[in-house]
Structure formats: structure tokens, C-alpha cells
Design a protein around this ligand. Structure first.
Ligand code: NAD
Length: 251
């Protein structure tokens, strides 16, 4: 039997990058995986590849996040793992920022994660019977912070602030939800090769690779493996942590 057999997992923004790698890793570990993306058709098509399910969801719509978690819970008999992965990174020097850009980043990265944690917390607190007949209560929530939330980065003030908020959300939610058997952790990736970082100038990427003790950038599956660990019972006494997955980055 695999580590996540009979568990139900939801990955937001799971149609590419770290989210997709995570969805594959959780499915490989035996979970029933639902991925969401802004485009429902694409989410469904992507999910087919690993035998999962896809739904359309814009995480900036707070109420829609709650409704989607309810829908997943009703369809699959509960929710055991949430990976609140959907996120955007908009670059811009402080002097160039417009109110709308600031709000959009905070709506997606912070409010979207809050909505997901709130809804998943409610679902996971309930007693339910898993597909293998065992009675379960509790679950594991993993959020996507970033090294930038700790160290900051010129030209990424709002993104950095949003990721610092996500780390604080993980620590705080862990305290609120621990009594119900729900663990909440975050991973803080360094620079990972995905569409999100593809637009960064080559010299920035080279500098980040050189600043990592391992001397290279990361790949999505290297983050996904750590998320899978946090999702499963191997991490059953780990909560409220923000775990760096950055190749030993010292910016
Ligand atoms: P990506 O751009 O490849 O994927 C992000 C996913 O989120 C996409 O599927 C996108 O469609 C989805 N998304 C964006 N806005 C959304 C919205 N409003 N509603 C629903 N889905 C939405 O990026 P990635 O690198 O895979 O990033 C995944 C997460 O990891 C993000 O939260 C990001 O901030 C974080 N992160 C990435 C890195 C990195 O170096 N790539 C480093 C640290 C943290």
C-alpha cells in the first residue's frame, strides 16, 4: 500500500510548474488528486494524465475557493491534503507599482491561500470514512511561501510581502487547527525552473544559481517531493514549519 492510499488531495494552480509536479507526486503516492486551474478544460485534460480530476477555479474569488473545496469534499467523501499552490509573481520597482497590481498579487497569493486554508480546515475537521473503510479526522495543508519572503528582492516587494504573509499564515493556522489534527506547513522554494521564473533575466538566474550551495537552480519535482513528505504520515509530528527548498541559497 502506498503512503497516500485512500487520501483525497486538492492542489490549486495544479496545471503546470510546481503544482503539476506536486499533483503527479501525490497521485504516485496513491492519493486521489483534484487539480484546479483558471481554465477548467485545461485542468481536466492535465489531470487525466495521472488519473486525477480537474476543476476550474480562480483563487482570487474567495467564495469560489470555499465552494470548490465543498464540491471536492462532497464528490470524494472528504479532504485529507490541501496544497495551496496557485500564485503569481509580478515584478516592478516600488515607484512603478499601481494599486491594482498590489491588490491582484495580495488577492491571489494571500487571500486565495487564506480562503483555501479556511475551507480545507472546516472539511478536514470533520470525521469521515475513507475509501479504504478507515475512519479519519484531520489532514495536512501545505502552502507555497518563498525565500523571497524572508530575504526580500529588489523589484519584487509586493510578491515578497505576499510570501512573508503566507509563511505567517502557515504558522498561525497551525496553531489554530492543530487541536483538530490538522497540520499546516509551508515550503519556501528558492529559484525553481518554471514559467514563473522563465521571464527573469539570464544574469539574475545565473546569480541565483551561483548563490545556492548546490550551485544550481531547482526543478519542480524537487519541491514536489518535499510537499509529498509534508502531506503524508512521515511528517505526522511536523506542523507550523516553513521549510526551505532552495539548494542552500544565501542571497
Ligand atoms: P507557475 O506560474 O508555473 O504556476 C502557477 C500556477 O498557479 C499556474 O497553474 C497558474 O495558472 C496558477 N494560478 C495563477 N493565478 C491563479 C489564480 N488566480 N487562480 C488559480 N490559479 C492561478 O509557477 P510555479 O513556479 O509553479 O509557482 C507555484 C507556486 O510556487 C506559486 O505560489 C509561487 O509563488 C511559488 N514559488 C515559486 C518559485 C519558483 O522559483 N518557481 C519560488 C518560490 C515560490
Amino acid at each position: 500500500m502506498s503512503e497516500l492510499t485512500a487520501r483525497v488531495a486538492l492542489v490549486t494552480g495544479g496545471t503546470r510548474g510546481i503544482g503539476l509536479a506536486t499533483a503527479r507526486a501525490l497521485a504516485q503516492a496513491g492519493a486521489t488528486v483534484v487539480v484546479t486551474g483558471r481554465d477548467a478544460d485545461r485542468a481536466e485534460a492535465v489531470a487525466k494524465e495521472f488519473g486525477g480530476h480537474g476543476l476550474g477555479l480562480d483563487v482570487a474569488d474567495f467564495d469560489a475557493v470555499g465552494a470548490t473545496v465543498k464540491q471536492v469534499t462532497a464528490a470524494h467523501g472528504g479532504l485529507d491534503v490541501l496544497v495551496a499552490n496557485a500564485g503569481i509573481m509580478e515584478s516592478g520597482l516600488l515607484g512603478m507599482l499601481r494599486a491594482d497590481d498590489v491588490r491582484r498579487t495580495l488577492d491571489v497569493n494571500v487571500a486565495g491561500a487564506v480562503a483555501a486554508v479556511q475551507a480545507a480546515g472546516r472539511a478536514m475537521a470533520r470525521k469521515r470514512r475513507s475509501a479504504d473503510g478507515t475512519e479519519r479526522r484531520g489532514g495536512s495543508i501545505v502552502l507555497l511561501a518563498s525565500v523571497v519572503g524572508t530575504y526580500g528582492a529588489a523589484g519584487q516587494s509586493v510578491y515578497a510581502a505576499s510570501k512573508a504573509a503566507v509563511a505567517a499564515l502557515a504558522r498561525s493556522a497551525a496553531r489554530e487547527l492543530g487541536g483538530r489534527g490538522i497540520r499546516v506547513n509551508a515550503v519556501a522554494p528558492g529559484v525553481i525552473r518554471t514559467d514563473l521564473t522563465a521571464s527573469l533575466p539570464a544574469e539574475v538566474l545565473d546569480r541565483q544559481a551561483a548563490a545556492a550551495a548546490l550551485g544550481r537552480l531547482g526543478d519542480p519535482d524537487e519541491v514536489a517531493d518535499v510537499i509529498r513528505f509534508l502531506a503524508g504520515d512521515a511528517a505526522r509530528y511536523v506542523t507550523g514549519q516553513v521549510l526551505g527548498v532552495d539548494g542552500g541559497l544565501v542571497p
